[in-house]
Design a protein around this ligand. Structure first.
Ligand SMILES: Nc1ncnc2c1ncn2[C@@H]1O[C@H](COP(=O)(O)OP(=O)(O)O)[C@@H](O)[C@H]1O
Ligand SMILES: [Mg+2]
Length: 433
C-alpha cells in the first residue's frame, strides 16, 4: 500500500500523467479496424485482412508481429530485428510500386503494421496459370509485371535499400494490376556500411532466388543480388515454376553456412559453368574450390528461352543479362528497366491485367476465419462493429494454420508445403542474426 505522500507524488509524476493521458487517447487496433479474416502466417507473425472503421472503409492488410511467448506467458523481450527494419525502412519510403505502410500500432506487447491491401501476388498468378488454367502467362502481363517490379526496385536501390528477399510471395499486385514490392523484413540500408553485410545476416535470400556470389560465400555483396532474384522471378513467371529449384543444405549445429551444392548445380545446368574470364572474382570466393570439383556444364539458356519465351529474343537478352555470374557485369535495375524488350510490342502497362482475358486474372486472395472460427466475426454476416474483433489477433498462431493460396493447393505442385505463402522447404526464409 502506498502512503498518502507517495501516492501524492505519483499523481503528480509527469511521466505517469503523460502515460495516463496518452493511454486515454490511444485508439486500439480493434477500434480502428474490423478484421475480415486471416490471410497468412509467416516467420514473424500473422497477416490479416481488415477494413478501416473510418468513413472511407478502406481495406488493409495488418501484419501482427508475435510477442515472445514462454508457455502461456507473454514476455516482452524487445522488438524483433525484422520488425524494426521493416518499420524503419517502410516509414521513410513512398513509391507506386512499393507497398505503402499506413501506420504502426503498439498494443499488448505486439506490433501491428497496417498496409494498403493488395488483392494478388506473383505466386498467386503463377499458381493460377500452372494449376487452374494451365496456360503460360501472356507475354503482355509477364512484361508489365517484370517492368513494374524493376521500377519499384530502381526506387529501393536509389534509396540505398537492398530488399534481399525478392520472390513471388513477396511481390504483391493490386486488383487494378499495379505491382507492389512487399515484405521489407530482410531489407537493409547499404549506404556506407560499417561492417561487411555478411557480418549481420549470415544467410540472405530464399535459396531458389539466391545469387551465385552468395552461394559462393561472398562476404560483401551489393544490389546485384536483387537483380539476380528479379531474373529468377521473371523466369518463373515465364515457365510457371522456379527456374533454379535446388535443395537447401541446412546450417550445421554451429550455425556454419554449408556449401549449397545442389542449388549451384541447378544454376550451372542452365547457365553453364562460369569461365574465370567471365567472372574474374570467382577465384577469390570462399567456395571456389568446391565449385571446381563440380561437373562441367555447357548451359542451355537459349533453348530454355526458346520454349518458355517463344519469339521473345529481347526477353531472352534481358534474362541473360540479369543472369550474369559476375555481379559487376549483371544488369542494374535501372539498366534492366531501360532494356529494349520493354520498348517492343506488347509494351508494358501500369495495369498488368489490362489486355488479358478476365479468366486469366487470379481469383481474389483467400481469407479464412482463422483456426478458431467463433473468434472472428464472419465478414458476410457481421455488420461493421468494433468490439468483437480483437480476438482474431489474440489467438495464437499454429503451424500449418495458414490459409494462403499456396497452402490450400494441397501441397502437390511446386508450391505446396508448409508455411503461409508457399514457403515450402526451398522457400523458407533464411533469416538469422
Ligand atoms: N499488403 C498486403 N495485402 C495483401 N496481402 C498481403 C499484404 N502483405 C502481405 N500479404 C500476404 O501475407 C503474406 C506474408 O506477408 P509478408 O509481408 O511477406 O510477411 P512474412 O515475413 O511472413 O513473409 C504475403 O506473402 C502475402 O500473401
Ligand atoms: Mg514474405
Amino acid at each position: 500500500m502506498l502512503d498518502e505522500w507517495s501516492s501524492n507524488i505519483l499523481q503528480h509524476d509527469p511521466m505517469r500523467m503523460y502515460r495516463a493521458k496518452r493511454d486515454s487517447t490511444r485508439r486500439t487496433v480493434s477500434s480502428k479496424y474490423h478484421i475480415l479474416g486471416f490471410i497468412s502466417s509467416g516467420t514473424y507473425g500473422r497477416v490479416y485482412k481488415a477494413q478501416s472503421n473510418d468513413d472511407d472503409g478502406k481495406i488493409h492488410a495488418i501484419k501482427k508481429f508475435k510477442p515472445d511467448k514462454e508457455g502461456d506467458v507473454i514476455t516482452y523481450t524487445g522488438i524483433s530485428q525484422s520488425a524494426i527494419r521493416e518499420i524503419a525502412l517502410n516509414r521513410e519510403i513512398e513509391h507506386e510500386n512499393v507497398v505503402a505502410l499506413k501506420e504502426v500500432i503498439l498494443e499488448d506487447k505486439a506490433i501491428y503494421m497496417v498496409f494498403d491491401y493488395a488483392e494478388h501476388d506473383f505466386l498467386q498468378v503463377i499458381h493460377h496459370h500452372s494449376q487452374t488454367i494451365r496456360t503460360q502467362i501472356h507475354v503482355a502481363m509477364l512484361k508489365s509485371l517484370t517492368y513494374q517490379l524493376l521500377n519499384g526496385l530502381v526506387y529501393l536501390h536509389s534509396c540505398h535499400i537492398l530488399h534481399r528477399d525478392l520472390k513471388p510471395a513477396n511481390i504483391l499486385i493490386t486488383s487494378s494490376g499495379v505491382v507492389k514490392i512487399g515484405d521489407l523484413g530482410l531489407a537493409r540500408l547499404i549506404y556506407q556500411p560499417l561492417q561487411p553485410l555478411f557480418a549481420g545476416d549470415k544467410v540472405v535470400v530464399t535459396i531458389w532466388y539466391r545469387a551465385p556470389e552468395l552461394l559462393m560465400g561472398a562476404k560483401h555483396y551489393n544490389k546485384a543480388i536483387d537483380c539476380w532474384a528479379v531474373g529468377c522471378v521473371m523466369a518463373e513467371l515465364a515457365q510457371c515454376r522456379p527456374i533454379f529449384k535446388g535443395e537447401e543444405a541446412k546450417l550445421d549445429s554451429k550455425k556454419n553456412v554449408p556449401f549449397q551444392r545442389d542449388q549451384l548445380l541447378k544454376i550451372l545446368d542452365i547457365l553453364g559453368t562460369p569461365k574465370e574470364s567471365d567472372w574474374p572474382g570467382i577465384v577469390d570466393m570462399p567456395e571456389y574450390q568446391n565449385v571446381k570439383r563440380l561437373d562441367l556444364f555447357s548451359g542451355q539458356l537459349t533453348q530454355w528461352c526458346r520454349v518458355r519465351l517463344p519469339g521473345q529474343q529481347l526477353g531472352y537478352d534481358l534474362l541473360n543479362k540479369l543472369f550474369q555470374y559476375d555481379p559487376d557485369k549483371r544488369l542494374t535495375a535501372r539498366a534492366a528497366l531501360n532494356h529494349p524488350w520493354f520498348e517492343e510490342d506488347p509494351k508494358p502497362t501500369w495495369n498488368a491485367f489490362q489486355s488479358i482475358p478476365a479468366h486469366q486474372i487470379p481469383p481474389p486472395r483467400r481469407i479464412t476465419q482463422d483456426d478458431a472460427p467463433s473468434m472472428v466475426p464472419m465478414a458476410s454476416q457481421q455488420p461493421h462493429q468494433g468490439h468483437a474483433q480483437v480476438s482474431a489477433f489474440q489467438s495464437q498462431s499454429k503451424p500449418g494454420s495458414s490459409a494462403s493460396f499456396a497452402s490450400l493447393s494441397g501441397g502437390g505442385g511446386p508450391y505446396g508445403g508448409q508455411g503461409g505463402n508457399g514457403n515450402g522447404a526451398g522457400r523458407k526464409k533464411a533469416r538469422m542474426g
